[in-house]
Design a binder for this molecule. Structure first.
Ligand code: UT7
Length: 326
């Protein structure tokens, strides 16, 4: 049976660090509040010149290097982002040009924090169908350029990063075993960036109303995320006749440590089997899972034959999981 296997990963985060103590000087907040409510201690901030494709490029180059492939071997590039370089063209096309991946088709996926798993799911379907053999999937976000630095309810949460994975068709009993993607558009307004699209085209008015910044009803989103993720993880494992104890590692979207801990505790998974790096990088939306996965791979936390589960919840609303036998 043909499966898609992740043969290499890569990641990148900008150098500039913004700590909770820095934020204390910018808005009415404290290191104590941010740490207790989110688990975040610091995050990375892109410089003025860095756009999503710049972060994506470094992560993708690293993944390519690890794979031993050349850019021209890649047949499809999917970039998951809600903070792309421009609304037109797709950031994936800009990345394709920079990589000189001349044979690749390229498009973006917008599924907010679930975007990387959505991208993985599309790549998996293309590979299993036989259409492509080698696909690059990247999650890249520069959320801090869409952050209202006067809004303490959001500005303490986000960071910038990119993570990449190269998938290859294999005829083996490992690779991506299953992906699940879900949406509920009735709650789109829990997490959105109203201005600059065709609903509220950019104008002096949209700027004055700060509509180009991310708005989030955090507490409502939090409660739905906790309820949803437990079901999602158990559903994914059940369908594959696995139990939480079979997992070597859970790689969750890094939105809030309390959400991650609640999910792990509800399914009875010890935290030493959960990848967490939001303390150092904050919530990087579509980049968070490939970034945390790459870190886990590089630290030797992932071994051949291990069962790994990726899971995410985010704007849309969207939620998604991917079960992998490494
Ligand atoms: O990434 C994809 C999806 N996103 C998520 O999953 C995020 C989900 N939400 C969360 O992570 C949490 O809801 C937050 C971290 C955003 C907020 O934590 P919370 O425990 O839900 O707090 P809250 O929104 O209920 O606010 C509690 C209090 C409020 O004050 P009052 O009304 O009780 O006086 C807020 O104004 O905390 C206040 N507050 C803050 N205080 C200090 C909100 N932000 C801050 C802040 N510093 N930065």
């Amino acid at each position: 049976m043909i499966r898609a296997r992740i043969i290499a990963t890569g990641s990148y985060a900008p150098e500039k660090v913004l700590t909770n103590f820095d934020l204390e000087k910018m808005v009415d907040t404290s290191d104590e509040w941010i740490t207790e409510r989110t688990g975040i201690k610091e995050r990375r901030i892109a410089d003025e010149k860095q756009a999503a494709s710049d972060l994506a490029y470094v992560a993708a180059r690293e993944a390519l290097k690890g794979s031993g492939l050349k850019a021209r071997d890649i047949e499809l590039i999917i970039v998951a982002t809600v903070t792309g370089d421009m609304s037109l063209p797709a950031t994936a096309c800009i990345l394709q040009d920079r990589l000189e991946a001349k044979r690749a088709a390229a498009f973006d996926v917008n599924a907010a924090c679930s975007g990387f798993i959505y991208g993985l799911s599309v790549a998996n379907a293309f590979i299993k169908s036989g259409a492509y053999r080698r696909v690059l999937v990247v999650g890249a976000e520069v959320l801090t350029k869409f952050t209202d630095w006067e809004d303490r309810t959001t500005c303490v949460l986000f960071g910038d990063a990119a993570g990449a994975a190269i998938l290859e068709a294999v005829n083996e009993d490992r690779g991506i075993l299953c992906t699940k993607i879900h949406s509920d558009g009735s709650m789109w307004d829990l997490l959105h960036t109203p201005g600059g699209g065709s609903r509220y085209p950019a104008s002096k008015e949209t700027l004055r109303k700060k509509q180009h910044f991310i708005k989030m009803k955090g507490n409502e989103t939090f409660k739905i995320a906790v309820r949803t993720l437990e079901g999602l993880v158990l559903e994914t494992l059940d369908e594959n006749k696995l139990k939480p104890a079979d997992l070597a590692l859970l790689v969750p979207h890094q939105a809030n440590l309390r959400i991650i801990q609640a999910t792990a505790s509800r399914i009875g998974l010890p935290m030493d089997k959960v990848a967490v790096n939001l303390d150092r990088y904050g919530n990087t939306s579509a980049a968070s899972i490939p970034f945390a996965l790459d870190e886990a791979v590089r630290c030797g936390r992932v071994r051949d034959g291990d069962y790994i589960l990726l899971e995410a919840f985010g704007g849309g609303l969207t939620w998604a999981s991917a079960l992998i036998r490494w």
